[in-house]
Design a protein around this ligand. Structure first.
Ligand code: HEC
Length: 83
């Protein structure tokens, strides 16, 4: 799977493979696809009212969000070893 075009918008906080390096930012790697999709739609419509996340997904289309959810869901929940 190649990285989604909008990954850069999310990677600053969540990391390119969903292992967050920023305190308070949840890991996304290996979470269930449905769970990630639901979370994103909840930020989008305000059921999850977190201004940071709402701003981050503001410019991203539903199709692109779906690609991001698939990407993060497909990542290994174990952190990658850095050589
Ligand atoms: C500025 C930092 C930042 C950016 C950029 C960002 N996020 Fe987040 N994200 C957060 C924080 C902080 C939370 C926790 C918010 C909360 O408490 O609900 C979060 C939560 C989430 C969650 C819910 C995870 C869970 O376990 O419930 C998902 C899914 C998510 N982000 C996806 C994305 C995607 C996709 C992008 C890119 C379009 C993105 N985020 C960009 C900081 C960020």
């Amino acid at each position: 799977m190649s990285p989604p075009s909008r990954l850069g918008l999310c990677a600053a906080c969540h990391g390119p493979t969903g292992h967050a390096s920023v305190p308070g930012v949840p890991n996304l790697a290996g979470q269930r696809l449905d769970y990630l999709r639901d979370a994103l739609s909840q930020y989008r419509d305000g059921r999850r009212n977190v201004p940071l996340m709402r701003a981050a997904i503001g410019p991203v289309s539903t199709v692109e969000l779906d690609a991001l959810a698939r990407w993060y869901s497909a990542q290994s929940p174990q952190p990658q070893a850095h050589p």
